[in-house]
Each structure stands twice: as C-alpha cells, then as structure tokens.
Design a protein around this ligand. Structure first.
Ligand SMILES: [Zn+2]
Length: 188
C-alpha cells in the first residue's frame, strides 16, 4: 500500500518556492505504484488525487486490501534551512503480539535506507532508521514505514523534489528497497 501524505485541505509542508508537500507525495506515489506494478507487485494508493484522507482511513484502506506492507511518502521541513536529505521511519519497538509486524517494518526500513544510499543522486539526512510514533504507522497488523524524501524547507531540495529525474531516483531507490525486502523476508 502506497500512501501519498496529506492532500486536499491539508497541504503538508510548503516550500519557500510555493511547493506543496501533498503534490510531491502524490506525484512520487503514482510513479512508485507504476514501478511496483511493472515489477509484479500489486501496489495500491490510499488516495489517487488531491483530496483529504484522514489517517485512520488510510490505515483502514490498507486493511481492507489486506496489504502486506504500508509505505507512507512525505517531504520534511525544519526551522534550519540547511537541513537536507531523506529519512526512513518506523515505530519504536513493540512487544508481542505485534513483534512480527514490528520486525518486518524494521527490516523494510533497513532495506529502503540501504537502497537510498546506493543511488548517487540521493542524500540521507540520517544514516540509520529513525523511530517515531507517527499515527499513520500505527496499523496493528500491517508493517508500516514512512519515508521523508527530502526537505521542502531546503531551497535546493525543494527544486530537486519537483524534478522528474529526482523523483525517478527516489522511486528507483524505493523499488529496489521493496524488492530486496521481499527477497529476504518471509511473510508467512
Ligand atoms: Zn508530511
């Protein structure tokens, strides 16, 4: 399940050049779904246009489709304009009964991080997986991760995020990370 962050009345972060996070996440999400589909995965979007979807509904959509994995796409913002690079998040450690869900989310996060490192045009903000209690990651049954693709608050990265080449590089990294996750992790 591919989740383009924000949408509709919720623009997400807004760059100095006027770029809305909700539009970047939707563009990249469409490309990622096509790339995953071409690679043989059944990939579905939580939203397909510029409209608002509450967090709980995003998780419900994933459950209704019995998604194996959930990836939420976002673009970061910070007060310090020089902050840059991509980050991969999952929930902090959980005890049983969610242990398997959590360990898969950690494994998927690690695969995504490794793949981002391998694409020369991409930068990482943090070289290890980050942990945060984001509401969208709280599906009890579906391993969920969140990718902050770059900083919209960074002028250079705002420009990059709008470019087809940069979006394609992000998609390639996430496609490769997804492939390596499913190659190495059993879902049974
Ligand atoms: Zn966001």
């Amino acid at each position: 399940m591919v989740d383009p962050g924000h949408g509709g009345e919720d623009p997400g972060a807004i760059g100095a050049g006027g770029t809305h996070e909700k539009n970047i996440t939707l563009d990249v999400a469409y490309k990622l779904v096509y790339a995953l589909g071409a690679a043989g995965y059944n990939a579905i979007l939580t939203r397909t246009d510029d409209y608002f979807v509450p967090i709980r509904e995003r998780i419900s959509i994933a459950s209704r489709h019995r998604a194996d994995m959930f990836i939420s796409l976002h673009a970061d913002a910070f007060q310090i304009p020089s902050a840059r690079g991509a980050s991969v998040y999952c929930l902090p450690g959980q005890r049983k009964p969610n242990f398997n869900v959590h360990s898969r989310a950690m494994a998927y996060s690690g695969c995504l991080l490794t793949s981002i490192k391998k694409v020369p045009s991409l930068r990482l903000h943090c070289h290890s997986v980050k942990y945060a209690r984001f509401a969208v990651l709280r599906s009890p049954a579906i391993p969920s991760v969140l990718v902050e693709m770059a900083f919209l608050s960074n002028r250079d990265e705002e420009i990059q995020l709008r470019k087809k080449e940069y979006q394609n590089a992000l998609v390639l990294a996430m496609l490769n990370g997804t492939k390596s996750f499913f190659r190495t992790t059993s879902l049974t």
